[in-house]
Design a protein around this ligand. Structure first.
Ligand code: SF4
Ligand code: SF4
Length: 498
């Protein structure tokens, strides 16, 4: 902390007002590696902040040297310079996440919050008016304005994968580009952090070029995932509009395995391989996602895949995921596709060897069988460590016909449809009584068959971290939507309905 140097809030964080509190969250799914890659930051971070603290931190825009910043802060906050310095000092290049009790709440500060300014960083805009309010709420989990969303563009595919988890009804539904553009404009206005697009297939949406351009122009860097072989020309277009990364699904480098898994022709492997190589040449970061099934989880198959990918410079991540159960396929199909215990053991060993050989974060995957991870050895302690459910609290998911639901893979499950984007704005459905009071109403609407019905922990369970609605309907079926989260020790045995 030197008074003649410029400082800035780490560009990997987004700080936003939320009507009666301020929130700070990680900005990018994948940071801009060239510009910000060397700066460490807390991934998947989220915390509420007191507006007074946010206002103080917001002075670090990168524009002025610390001496000038302190003068401005003194004038605005009416506190002496030395006191301000004492308060802000711990947040300069802090190596760990810090926490502080704020009334009933605990607020967190991510690592490396304020860092030395470097010319690569865009100067931050200071919006002090966003942080001025008195009626402060640091405990209610549901945001007043949503933070992230995903738009499922269509249900079209170029493959017909054996492990497909999708509900492919409404096959012809698609929102017009002008409607989507309006949504993007509103999302930006209300301060949403992420606007992702998903398929089916992005590249089978006729206006995909316009859509990507508008998203990027509005500051969004959508996470695209595809199985479509993309031409060199289209890759050049994506590069020219500033697309930074793309996820390509590649389950195997053996063409006959791919033919079996994806129901594609022999020529498919060559085309998708060419796509990866052309993306690499264009300098677009690539994330590879592979689903492991009984067909491609033999040690040799995984080694061949990792050997091929390890030579490609622009690959920033390889995700290996075991096949998951889906309620849209029968149970037998899932059982046939599951990897064996021996295969899982060998694949884990192989991944660890590669992690040591290359970059430790580069290959992600610690395979466990779907049911083993989720539903065995259930304890309250384990359940209490579950992740926070962002569905309808920070996040929403738009289906191709415009219906809005909590989360990916919940599809048209009627109990969870909170709006319809064809005749409502984002804020209209987000603020509707139905969406706002979903948890409270759930308790009233549930049947005595559900263990949640008279559970003493209902409020803590549902209003703090929440339950995974997706797992509930996947495990017990739509009609048992009010059942407990299957990871809860009080939950009945999972039925895995088909
Ligand atoms: S999931 Fe239901 S039964 Fe389990 S702790 Fe939560 S409210 Fe109680
Ligand atoms: S429903 Fe489940 S998967 Fe979706 S946000 Fe909630 S916890 Fe995550």
């Amino acid at each position: 902390m030197t008074e003649d140097k410029k400082y800035i809030i780490n560009p990997n964080y987004c700080i936003r007002g939320d009507d009666n509190r301020v929130l700070i969250t990680t900005k990018y799914k994948y940071p801009e590696l060239e510009r910000y890659g060397a700066i460490t930051f807390s991934n998947n971070f989220f915390s509420f902040w007191h507006p007074y603290f946010a206002a103080m931190i917001s002075f670090f825009t990168g524009e002025f040297i610390l001496d000038e910043q302190l003068q401005k802060m003194e004038n605005y906050l009416g506190i002496e310079r030395e006191t301000i310095k004492q308060i802000i000092k711990p947040f300069f290049e802090n190596k760990e996440i810090l926490s502080k009790k704020e009334g009933e709440a605990i607020v967190f500060v991510p690592e490396n919050l304020i860092i030395e300014y470097c010319n690569n960083f865009p100067v931050r805009k200071q919006n002090l008016e966003e942080f001025v309010f008195t009626d402060i709420d640091l405990t209610t989990a549901r945001l007043n304005r949503p933070l992230d969303c995903t738009l499922m563009l269509n249900t079209k595919c170029v493959t017909n994968c054996v492990y497909c988890y999708a509900d492919r009804q409404n096959i012809n539904a698609e929102l017009p580009i002008n409607k989507i553009k309006k949504l993007i404009t509103e999302a930006k206005q209300i301060g949403m952090n992420n606007f992702d697009v998903l398929g089916g297939e992005l590249f089978l949406y006729s206006e995909w070029k316009e859509l990507l351009k508008v998203l990027i122009e509005n500051g969004y860097h959508p996470y695209i995932s595809t199985k479509v072989p993309v031409s060199k020309r289209d890759i050049a277009y994506m590069k020219s509009i500033g697309l930074r990364y793309i996820q390509i699904s590649l389950d195997s480098v053996n063409s006959s395995i791919l033919q079996q898994m994806l129901n594609v022709k022999d020529s498919y492997y060559g085309k998708i391989k060419e796509t990866i190589e052309n993306l690499n040449e264009a300098g677009i970061d690539i994330i590879i996602h592979a689903i492991l099934t009984s067909l491609n989880s033999k040690k040799e198959s995984v080694i061949n895949l990792l050997d091929y990918l390890s030579d490609i410079e622009y690959i920033i991540k390889i995700n290996l995921t075991p096949v998951a159960y889906t309620r849209f396929k029968d149970r037998k199909n899932f059982e046939q596709l599951c990897c064996t215990d021996d295969d899982i053991k060998l694949v884990n060993q192989t991944i660890n060897n590669y992690r040591q050989k290359y970059n430790k974060d580069y290959i992600v995957g610690n395979l466990e069988k779907y049911e083993d991870v989720q539903f065995s050895n259930k304890t309250t302690e384990k359940f209490n460590k579950r992740g926070f459910c962002t569905g309808n609290t920070r996040y929403f998911y738009i289906l191709p016909d415009g219906k809005v639901t909590f989360c990916e893979q919940m599809y048209w499950s009627s109990k969870f449809i909170i709006g319809d984007i064809t005749n409502m704005s984002i804020m209209e459905f987000w603020n509707s009584d139905f969406a706002k009071n979903f948890n409270k109403n759930k308790q009233k609407a549930m049947t005595q068959d559900s263990k949640c019905f008279d559970c003493r922990d209902f409020e803590k369970c549902h209003f703090e971290k929440g339950v995974c609605w997706k797992m509930i309907i996947e495990s017990y079926g739509d009609k048992n939507w009010d059942f407990p989260d299957p990871r809860c020790p009080k939950a009945p045995q999972v039925l895995l309905i088909s």
